[in-house]
Write a protein that binds this ligand. Structure first.
Ligand code: PHE
Length: 370
């Protein structure tokens, strides 16, 4: 009899205190850990603002990808198979999100990538979506900006050949810049984790580059920019969203001053009440402005909760259908509509490093980039 009581009690506790588990797959250590840490801050704040859904408590289960692909797949499998999460937020880097996506597909668990912009992250996938635009748009925006605003003629692109993101963004830029503007492009290669870029910089200078473009991530961008200025390069620096972490300025200091990059969000441009409240509550909680990844992490969490509510269910397949039919969801980074491929349709924001701060320059709507 006592045994039955215990079982009954356990059952009652399980029902009354049922949790909804959401996995959070992030680079919390390794080469791009700054992206992971900022995203985590945004997600934590979002959970504070909305701790329950369908009357149940949301539990976040973190999994560290150590900034690399193999571990991203392992960590994703832990979340789906062992932790039994109903959805996953993450990763940041496209290559890592792609590795995890294989698991999301085979387990039929919805994955919402935060700022992974390579088209292949969602292409041909049913269970992978994202809260950001994709690189054909970003590459085109960068090419238009380089040609029209900077009047660039010769661009040397630093390509991180280990990252699908970097290789893809390089190609989309080149297509537009050579195709529409007859500009000249030289590509020089490196790998994530490299620290020494003098050979590539010499090539860039010899080419007569008026622009050096970086399509990798903040660490290498900051180091290469430093070395390029030390070697006497005087032209512009531009970059994609991989530059977008305050750590870029921390590491690069004065040498990244003036650098322009495309991205998803900058707190200065917050217009709606929701966006302004987010900036204020972030400052209050963390004592600093939110970095871009914090805002998109916040939006990814809120979008998943909104989908769970619309699905009226904890069933991952139903949640996925609701995510995929998201229309005009009001995020702190803007309105999010998920298209038939799982991608968000959003404007590209251009930011410049000015007086050691990320300063809003302009936004380009997708329709302007046709
Ligand atoms: N867009 C990059 C990718 O797809 C990731 C990234 C986004 C990194 C934003 C930093 C900031 O790999």
């Amino acid at each position: 009899m006592k045994r039955y009581l215990v079982i009954l009690l356990a059952f009652v506790v399980a029902v009354v205190f049922a949790d909804i588990k959401i996995g959070v797959l992030l680079p919390l250590t390794g080469g791009i850990s700054a992206f992971g840490e900022w995203t985590k801050k945004g997600i934590e704040l979002a959970r504070e603002h909305r701790p329950t859904v369908l009357g149940e408590k949301v539990v976040l289960v973190y999994a560290d990808t150590r900034s690399e692909k193999t571990e991203a797949a392992n960590a994703m499998a832990r979340l789906t198979d062992k932790e039994k999460v109903v959805a996953v937020i993450g990763e940041i880097a496209s290559s890592n999100s792609m590795a995890a996506a294989e698991i999301a597909e085979s387990r039929k668990i919805p994955q919402v990538a935060v700022t992974s912009t390579n088209p292949l992250v969602t292409q041909g996938k049913k269970f992978v979506s994202r809260v950001c635009f994709i690189d054909p748009l970003q590459g085109t925006a960068l090419a238009e900006f380089a040609a029209n605003t900077l009047k660039a003629k010769k661009v040397t692109i630093f390509v991180d050949i280990e990252q699908d993101y970097s290789v893809g963004l390089t190609n989309y830029f080149t297509e537009r810049f050579e195709g529409k503007y007859r500009g000249k492009v030289q590509k020089v290669q490196y790998k994530s984790g490299d620290q020494e870029f003098s050979a590539q910089i010499s090539q860039a200078i010899a080419f007569g580059s008026d622009v050096i473009m970086f399509t990798g991530y903040y660490n290498e961008i900051a180091l290469a920019a430093q070395q390029a200025r030390a070697m006497g390069y005087k032209g512009y620096f531009i970059a994609g969203d991989g530059a977008d972490a305050p750590e870029l300025i921390k590491i690069g200091g004065k040498t990244v001053e003036g650098l322009y990059f495309t991205t998803h969000y900058v707190p200065e441009a917050a217009k709606t009440k929701k966006a302004k409240d987010f900036v204020e509550s972030f400052k209050k909680k963390y004592g600093t402005l939110p970095a871009m990844n914090a805002a998109l992490g916040y939006d990814a969490y809120m979008l998943i909760l909104d989908a769970i509510e619309r699905a009226k269910s904890k069933d991952p397949v139903k949640i996925n259908n609701a995510i995929r039919s998201t229309k005009n969801f009001e995020g702190v980074s803007g309105l999010i509509t998920i298209d038939e491929n799982g991608n968000a349709i959003k404007p590209v924001v251009i930011v410049q490093v000015k007086n050691g701060k990320f300063t809003y320059v302009t936004s380009i709507e997708p329709a302007q980039l046709k």
